[in-house]
Design a protein around this ligand. Structure first.
Ligand SMILES: O=C(N[C@H](Cc1nc2ccccc2[nH]1)C(=O)O)c1cc2ccccc2s1
Length: 164
């Protein structure tokens, strides 16, 4: 993996504190953590790095659960029995409706099996390590405003739209 320079003196890294809702700096060798930029930080490069490598993203999503989902139940059905293939077909129909101009939020409210459906699929902000890895990988690869293809997790199959 080629090292991407973050403007910080090695081996310092930058992380996101969910409780304080701000970034902090961590030294994996000394295990030191601090709010201030470490001595020798190139502030301009750090800002550019953070613009290209967000520490957190905010996404909407539509989840179609199926018989193989970790918890095959939702506000829509106490016992979800459709197959994974059928769930994928349903998401493909929703992709067509998105392309024809329907809003992501309205389709999430109509169809998502996640309790976030009430908020138009809005999961709020999340950082690395908070969501299932395949979901996180897809979400952090999106640009703001972009919608993913079909993403599979233990919960089912998803469409993800990054909004921040
Ligand atoms: O895990 C949740 N809901 C599960 C379904 C689910 N599984 C997910 C996996 C990755 C991302 C979102 C996901 N939602 C459920 O309702 O069975 C969450 C609901 C909400 C609601 C608001 C904000 C965050 C979350 S995370």
């Amino acid at each position: 993996m080629s090292e991407v320079f973050n403007g910080l003196p090695a081996p310092w890294t930058v992380r996101y504190s969910k409780s304080k809702k701000r970034e902090y700096f961590f030294n994996p060798e000394t295990k030191a953590s601090q709010w201030e930029e470490p001595e020798g930080t190139d502030h301009g490069l750090l800002k550019q790095y953070l613009a290209e490598h967000p520490l957190r993203v905010r996404c909407l999503h539509i989840l179609c659960k199926h018989s193989g989902s970790r918890r095959p139940a939702s506000h829509r059905s106490e016992h979800i029995t459709i197959s994974k293939a059928e769930a994928i077909d349903e998401l493909q129909e929703l992709q067509k409706r998105l392309e024809s101009g329907e809003s992501f939020e309205s389709l999430a409210k109509e169809r998502s099996d996640c309790s976030s459906y009430k908020r138009g699929g809005d999961l709020g902000f999340f950082g690395k390590g908070e969501m299932q890895s395949s979901f996180e990988k897809a979400a952090f690869a999106l640009k703001v405003g972009e919608t993913s293809g079909i993403v599979e997790t233990e919960s089912g199959v998803h469409l993800i739209k990054r909004v921040q």
